[in-house]
Design a protein around this ligand. Sequence first.
Ligand SMILES: NC(=O)c1ccc[n+]([C@@H]2O[C@H](COP(=O)([O-])OP(=O)(O)OC[C@H]3O[C@@H](n4cnc5c(N)ncnc54)[C@H](OP(=O)(O)O)[C@@H]3O)[C@@H](O)[C@H]2O)c1
Length: 219
Amino acid sequence: MTADGKIATANRAVTSFGSARDREHLLGLRATADAVMAGARTVDSAAINLGPGPAKFRRSRLKKGLMEYNLRVIVSGSGSLNPDAEVFKHHFSPILILTTGRISKTKLRQLQAIADEVKICGGREINFRTAFCWLREKWGVKRLLCEGGGELNDALFRAGLVDELHLTICPKIFGGRNAPAIADGRGFRRLAEALPLQIKSFRRIGNEVFAVFRRVPQR
Ligand SMILES: NC(=O)c1ccc[n+]([C@@H]2O[C@H](COP(=O)([O-])OP(=O)(O)OC[C@H]3O[C@@H](n4cnc5c(N)ncnc54)[C@H](OP(=O)(O)O)[C@@H]3O)[C@@H](O)[C@H]2O)c1
């Protein structure tokens, strides 16, 4: 994110702005996860494939006993996801879509034709606890990396399902009331509800800060 907490510009033209080191960090994180997850607007808005990247990361996965290619999970509550998005053109690992009962029959059929599985997890809202149990039981997902965007991040924070937050702070300001931020969506309303985090690590590399926060264990 930028120094003002934004993950894209307000017109969404700029969505990638970290250094090469940050990109390596992202791929390094993917190499520790059984599955990589993103929201529909993130998948629609850039040519991303959510895959493990170069061979060295795939080798590192195999050494850890993970599948060579991570699973890919896309969240689209109403099924508004673009079926022509870049991610569907890469066939190296299963693509699973999480949706809700709000999806129309036509959209459901459309997405079923391009994904390996479309799972309805909830009536109007996705129940991520149910979704993650399903991912674990059916697809063996023990560690999941969520790459945003802000709306999806917010839902996971509110559901209390985030163990660690890896933040790269880039020395830029995007500004803009409508620029996506690290946690958009509904948010918390009261200070007492805010998600408490602890700093796990904090490092300056070059002109960026690499921070890791972890959830405060509940008593
Ligand atoms: N700088 C970075 O590292 C970074 C990382 C990720 C994303 N981004 C940028 O952030 C922007 C996207 O962020 P965003 O917040 O607008 O969108 P997002 O979270 O990627 O996707 C939002 C969509 O995902 C689905 N969704 C998310 N949470 C849901 C929930 N709880 N229940 C049901 N469906 C849910 C909905 O799809 P339906 O409409 O189908 O219901 C919703 O419209 C893009 O510009 C992207 O490039 C930047």
